[in-house]
Ligand binder design. Structure first.
Ligand code: B12
Ligand code: SF4
Length: 436
């Protein structure tokens, strides 16, 4: 699992949102039992290239980790190892990835990983594997024994389903899952939660409520387990009181919602579904708060903002609504997305492959916004992130009597996640991609 990169002289990777990498545990569980598996997490340990006797090196690659993933691949290649990569960047940009590795998997691993291992054992590893069909998610059982001895946040990551029906033009998920959504059987999830025995869980679905009926079934089954959980959902959850009640009763303490913008034209430009109606945002927030559920609100800038006005307006909106957390993201042209193609066609990409540029840093803007400079967009996002996580905003938001200020437990969560986020904003800014 590659890290994004490290700042000069920084020995350790960011310890902020260091979570268990579910993709690798999933891959380990699909690996035939006669194969020995060893796992290195570049985010928290040094990779031992010298004394490594692995035959095949399998690396997860995302766009922000691509440069580092290629560095790791190069070092293993020098030792004569065969390398395979998979994950979002491999799927959405496989031609580039193939320049650095022996083999690449396009898509999900469930239906094909065993065949890949067999081909490798037969000395017949192909350059490209493509998972033609989306897998059924019945019977998944990630092998978390690979995390042993590694220090992650005490948070159980679980998939309740994969994919999203929507098609926001900046999002990698749409293309990866081809606008589809697959849910796992509720019994499998309950079994996994019981086996894991964490107090806090993160259902990593892109939209835990993509299917309301399924979600209600899941939440009902979770109630007796008395866990606390967070996940991601769309604003339309506010419309269904029964859904919200079951979310709450099953232990939901917070949900990430993509509000994305307070500008109608920006929402239209990004192809955000019609459920994102600015005029109904505050009522929806109140309805969700009625059930004691906190909100992690995400916004994206870089569409039609002409000046600081929308930043200030969004910040005020976020503060006024006492969100648990926010992300003020600038638009990122991820390869394989409609946004990338559009900016490329309009000649607005600053670099064709920003993720490989040696001087590119986390927080830099990779395209020319219509109405301000890339530097100003990057700067304003950072300024308003810092403002949101400032002490005055922190105390103001803390006194949200419906969510954060409801119980000792919710106060603890508020403090913890805000402190981590404040640190993350500071530490992630300027992070070089790839190790220096
Ligand atoms: C949980 C999560 C996080 C967690 C981190 C989790 C962790 N363990 O570290 C947090 C919240 C911290 C996070 C942070 C970020 N994330 Co994130 N995250 C996710 C999310 C929601 C779920 C990931 C997951 O566990 N999926 C379940 C596993 C089982 O699925 P999977 O990873 O796809 O793996 C399958 C296949 O891809 C394949 N596979 C994967 N790896 C490999 C390797 C090999 C060798 C093979 C053969 C196959 C294979 O097999 C697996 C089983 O089928 C995804 C969205 C999504 N739908 O996946 C976004 C996502 C991966 N994140 C994304 C981004 C952009 C980020 C950030 C950069 C956001 C930011 N601005 O800070 C950061 C930085 C990430 C980093 N690397 O440091 C993007 C990546 C886009 C891209 N093109 O790279 C995604 C796709 C979200 C999106 N909507 O676009 N993230
Ligand atoms: S709703 Fe979220 S996950 Fe779905 S396409 Fe839009 S941004 Fe991506």
């Amino acid at each position: 699992m590659p890290s994004v990169g490290r700042k000069l002289k920084q020995k350790k990777y960011l310890k902020t949102w260091l979570m268990e990498p579910l993709a690798i545990a999933q891959l380990a569980s699909l690996t035939p039992s006669h194969v020995d598996v060893e796992f290195f997490d570049d985010r928290l340990e040094l990779i031992d290239y010298e004394n490594n006797d692995a035959d095949l090196i399998a690396i997860n690659i995302e766009t922000y980790t691509a440069r580092r993933a290629y560095e790791i691949a190069r070092k293993f290649k020098e030792k004569g190892k065969k390398i395979i990569m998979g994950g979002f960047h491999a799927t959405l940009n496989h031609e580039e990835v193939l320049e650095h590795v022996d083999s690449v998997l396009i898509g999900e691993a469930e239906n094909i990983w065993k065949d890949i291992i067999k081909d490798f054992e037969d000395g017949n590893l192909k350059k490209i594997y493509k998972a033609e069909q989306r897998p059924k998610l019945d019977g998944l059982s990630p092998d978390r024994s690979i995390y042993k001895g590694k220090e992650y946040l005490k948070l159980g990551l679980i998939e309740a389903g994969r994919g999203c029906y929507f098609s926001c033009n900046f999002c990698s998920v749409t293309n990866f899952y081809k606008h589809s959504y697959t849910a796992r059987p509720v019994e499998d999830i309950i079994k996994e939660v019981k086996e894991l025995n964490y107090r806090y869980y993160f259902f990593v679905n892109d939209n835990i409520c993509a299917d309301f009926d399924y979600a209600k079934k899941l939440f009902k089954a979770l109630i007796p387990l008395k866990i606390k959980w967070i996940s991601q959902a769309s604003i339309n959850i506010s419309k269904d009181k029964e859904l919200l009640r079951l979310m709450k009763e099953s232990g939901c303490i917070g949900v990430l919602i993509g509000f994305e913008s307070l500008s109608k034209s920006s929402l239209e430009d990004m192809g955000k579904p019609a459920i994102n109606k600015i005029s109904t945002y505050e009522k929806a927030i109140d309805d969700i708060y009625e059930y004691g559920i906190g909100i992690y609100a995400t916004f994206v800038f870089g569409y039609t903002e002409k000046d600081e006005y929308y930043f200030e307006k969004t910040y005020e909106f976020a503060r006024r609504n006492k969100f648990l957390l926010v992300a003020f993201n600038h638009l990122v042209p991820f390869p394989g997305t409609p946004l990338y193609k559009k900016l490329e066609k309009e000649g607005r990409l600053l670099y064709k492959k920003w993720w490989l540029e040696p001087h590119f840093r986390f927080g830099d803007v990779a395209f020319r916004p219509q109405h301000m400079s890339p530097e100003k967009l990057s700067f304003l996002c950072h300024v308003y992130r810092k403002k949101f996580y400032s002490f005055s905003s922190f105390w103001y938001r803390f006194f949200n009597f419906k969510t954060s200020f409801r119980s000792l437990g919710s106060m603890y969560v508020f403090f913890l996640v805000n402190i981590i986020s404040k640190m993350d904003v500071r530490k992630r800014k300027g992070l070089p991609l790839g190790k220096k």
